[in-house]
Design a protein around this ligand. Structure first.
Ligand code: NIG
Ligand code: FE
Length: 412
């Protein structure tokens, strides 16, 4: 059945079918039609235009969305939603003055999550992650990447990735899986780091590849976690199995993560709170997306990445939630947009481009018609409550202006 959405106050198409990312200044001008219509057939966008051009067919359903905005669903390209327990005790420790690194050093943080995950069944992990994913979809997310990295043993990393594989089957949105065995060094390998890296390279990777459980490989390349040389070794090993990198870089220090990511042709380098001119220059001469995760900076009370410098430098910037129990217990992309605008001075249009098209590009989905509403794109979009314009979304921080979510042309 064909449907036509009419009188759309602002219809954000974002980009045409041939355009898979917007970088630098172009992020300010996603394609937008004022007083537009959107025609959907089955799961795809059939066409769009301005209301003056619309001729309604008698057999189609007309949905009048007067006063409301339509834009593509968010593509959340960096999450860790498979986990066993929340960590509000560490949240309180941080309020009392401990840093993220101090908590990690005393066995909290990622290692704490790993202990609980190892003791939790695949079934429970699946059910809890499924409910997080449903709640993200209801808030407007229509494509997602999910990482392993709380297993830290062969068996538990495989368990996490199998949970992600089941999530892929269970939902109507694309899900990409990233192997993050190199998230932290388990306590028992503290004095023998190489042994853990050998475990990743010689045992985890071959098993994951044999079961085709991962689309990407990630390393937490940062102070106190994995060094540049270790990252180099792990990414080289991943490449042998065709796993492209998307890595955690420069969150806690200027770690060299950006350069090693670019050397390995990473699809994206993520976090980037600590960057200088050399890092931006390095990204400029690459196809690597700069993915920023402002809710982590908010939650850990650390410096925000310099999004303005990145955009002025003509980089392709994406935004994601980093949803995880330690540094960003939220999968709310509208709030990410608010932080991007308020704390990183991104314009609402830049933030929307970063949350949709560029997020899709950071998980290789934009060329397949996600993150935009061009003709033949997948009809994944949101309809807002009545509002005066796009700026209302980040302006009403903490509120949810998304009234309806449509996935593959169906209202959920
Ligand atoms: O992206 N930075 C590394 N990993 C997560 C945090 C994981 C945790 O604290 O559990 C992040 O912030
Ligand atoms: Fe992360």
């Amino acid at each position: 059945m064909q449907k036509v959405f009419t009188n759309i106050k602002e219809l954000y198409i974002i980009a045409d079918s041939q355009t898979h990312k917007l970088q630098g200044k172009a992020m300010q001008s996603p394609i937008c039609i004022k007083n537009g219509y959107l025609r959907v057939e089955g799961s795809k966008v059939k066409e769009y235009g301005s209301m003056q051009e619309l001729e309604v067919n008698e057999f189609e359903e007309v949905i009048n969305v007067s006063g409301k905005i339509i834009f593509p669903t968010f593509c959340d390209s960096h999450t860790h939603i498979v986990y066993a327990r929340t960590r509000e005790n560490e949240f309180v420790d941080r309020i009392k003055g401990l840093t993220y690194q101090e908590i990690a050093a005393k066995g909290g943080g990622i290692l704490n999550s790993a202990i609980h995950l190892q003791q939790t069944s695949e079934k429970t992990l699946y059910e809890e992650a499924f409910s997080r994913l449903q709640s993200m979809i209801q808030k407007g997310t229509g494509a997602v990447e999910i990482k392993s990295g709380y297993g830290l043993s062969v068996e538990s990393e495989l368990k996490m990735l199998r949970v992600i594989a089941r999530l892929k089957e269970a939902v109507d949105i694309p899900v990409k899986a990233t192997f993050l065995g190199a998230h932290a060094i388990p306590l028992e390998y503290k004095n023998n780091r190489n042994k853990y890296i050998e475990l990743i390279v010689n045992e985890m990777l071959p098993n994951i590849a044999a079961e085709k459980l991962a689309d990407y490989i990630d390393v937490f390349c940062d102070e106190g976690f994995f060094t540049v040389d270790e990252t180099d070794t792990i990414l080289s090993a991943g490449a042998k199995y065709g796993l492209k990198p998307k890595i955690h870089a420069n969150e806690l220090a200027n770690s060299g993560g950006i350069q090693i990511g670019v050397k390995h042709k990473a699809i994206s380098v993520d976090h980037l709170e600590h960057t200088g001119d050399a890092e931006l220059e390095c990204l400029l001469h690459s196809n690597t997306v700069a993915t920023l995760l402002p809710s982590t900076a908010f939650f850990l009370r650390i410096n925000y990445p310099n999004a303005r410098a990145m955009i002025e430098k003509n980089l392709c910037v994406a935004l994601a939630t980093d949803f995880n129990p330690g540094s960003s217990p939220s999968g709310n992309m509208s709030f990410v947009m608010s932080l991007a605008c308020i704390q990183m001075r991104m314009l609402p249009e830049e933030a929307l481009t970063a949350c949709t098209l560029n997020g899709a590009h950071a998980i290789e989905l934009s060329a397949q018609g996600y993150g935009k509403l061009a003709t033949n794109s997948t009809a994944n979009f949101v309809i807002t409550r009545p509002c005066s314009g796009l700026a209302c979304i980040p302006y009403h921080f903490g509120d949810n202006l998304i009234e309806q979510v449509w996935i593959q042309g169906r209202k959920i």
